[in-house]
Design a protein around this ligand. Sequence first.
Ligand SMILES: Nc1ncnc2c1ncn2[C@@H]1O[C@H](COP(=O)(O)OP(=O)(O)OP(=O)(O)O)[C@@H](O)[C@H]1O
Ligand SMILES: [Mg+2]
Length: 135
Amino acid sequence: MAETEILVPIDSEVDIISARRHGRDLARSAGFSLGDQTVIATAVSEIARNILMYAKRGEVRFRVVNDGDRCGLIVVAADRGPGIADVDLALQEGHSTAGGLGLGLPGARRLMDDFEIVTAVGEGTAITMRKWRGK
Ligand SMILES: Nc1ncnc2c1ncn2[C@@H]1O[C@H](COP(=O)(O)OP(=O)(O)OP(=O)(O)O)[C@@H](O)[C@H]1O
Ligand SMILES: [Mg+2]
């Protein structure tokens, strides 16, 4: 299967819906189960919402990769916002600097197979998450 890349700029509320839909559509066309399509869409939507809320703008990129006989969907969400000072704290359930529930990051991490945050205060945040397709 040829690699597909999709880039969704995040700049407003409708872009979150767009990112969510692109994640679901790509997962569906890559043969992910209905459940995994929802899981991916939910994780994408949380991470895209954080971009809008904390960085105002950024982007979400999607890629389907084939690694041997495994197929994975990779999501990279990047912004040049304020960055996250304490990543371990940000990943704890219930921690929010915005009076939110603090469930977005820990939830997305739990839903996906791989989850990595690269961030620097004053420079921005890049979150890479991956889901492997079940056989
Ligand atoms: N892209 C980002 N840039 C800067 N800070 C971020 C970003 N994403 C998350 N954070 C920080 O990490 C904290 C935890 O994020 P998380 O999504 O888990 O919770 P929340 O957004 O506060 O609440 P919820 O998502 O449950 O409504 C946020 O309160 C914020 O301080
Ligand atoms: Mg959040």
